[in-house]
Design a protein around this ligand. Sequence first.
Ligand code: EPZ
Length: 421
Amino acid sequence: MDKLLIRGGGPLSGEIRVSGSKNAALPILAATLLSSEPIRVSNLPHLHDITTMIALLRSMGTELLVDEKLCVEINGATTKQTTAPYELVKTMRASILVLGPLLAHFGRARVSFPGGCAIGSRPVDQHLRGLEAMGAQIEVDEGYITATCPNGRLKGAHILFDMVTVGGTENVLMAACLAEGRTVLENAAREPEIIDLANCLIAMGAKISGHGSATITIDGVEKLGGCSYSVMPDRIEAGTYLVAAAATRGNIKLRDIDPNTLDAVLVKLEEAGAKIEHGEDWISLDMEGRRPKAVSFKTVPYPGFPTDMQAQFTAMNAVAEGVAKVSETIFENRLIQTHEMNRMGANISVDGNTALITGTERLKGAPVMASDLRASASLVIAGLVADGETLVDRIYHIDRGYECIEEKFLSLGADIRRVSS
Ligand code: EPZ
């Protein structure tokens, strides 16, 4: 099993390109199942989760072509069976996103019930309630969700989500595109990835308005056509490198990123003492050699501070000046990386969903274990600001969400390499 060996060093500096967004690409690939003609999706990141979603579509007999740049052409109309098997779903929870499209286009779907993961139980009750409100019949047996459309076609409905759910909004939004009549989603997620998915669906002929706000309206159509679509840049990947630069007192520039998708993160980085400049598709961060100041925050749904950036900021706070209070309100177990950081000499106390972080000048390198995608990234950042060597184990978590992470960090001057155990 591969590991990442990091030797703590000085400030990061240089320029890198941001890859396509994993969390936009996955629902967009699922949305191709809605179409009756080929869809070409580009700017896909070379990540394990993307490969898994492609394997899932292939397992359903959907014809797809992948070119050398990982541009994918998918014809949803060629799908031969509508079951998403346990073997694939257990490796990637986002497989649940094929449920709505399969049900809406083919009238039936059988998807293995996604389990929880390190950060929480990750229920899908909101996905199922939304589809039931549109007339779906849902049964759960032998670890599978079986959804059918007794009346042959889903019907538009007025749906209020009990809590803001990105995946729930995406699943129901996709299903509503082919439903009969109007669907209104209230308390919908507002993440940029929802906007990207809606823009792709509109390019396929869907009638959607309000995406990006808490109320999304969809007027169902009989069928959806083909299109070519380029996935938005990954705002969480971008934020991760910006925080790494801030923690190491560095100076970097990111290309191919929309700064408007990172407002809350940029505000917190400026609070930490970073000098931020940006244009339409680039962001630069310069600490001017200064140690970051501690920043406190609470994770909330977009446009608030993103839970996917919490672990990375916790690593920066571990070496910042002052004391930070961090509250994780989205997932029940997403402060797990703090225990590994304390093994590196961090001073973090956790009480329920709140961490109190007293910054120290430097951490000490140690062998650590990754537990989930963003926690792994935070341990890499911790290794960059630690004296000596840090060996991060179980980095398959990282390979799910960060394209070429060691190459990108190497090009910014980090001392990092992949080693096989
Ligand atoms: C998406 O997960 C992202 N994944 C996550 O990113 C991200 O952390 C999360 O949204 C929140 O922004 C993808 O887009 C593939 P949710 P998702 O439904 O859709 C509860 C990463 O690191 N909930 O918005 O699964 C749930 O338990 C990953 O890239 C229900 O109770 O998240 C959680 O507490 C990690 N019932 C909260 O809502 C439901 O039916 C938010 O979950 C659905 C969700």
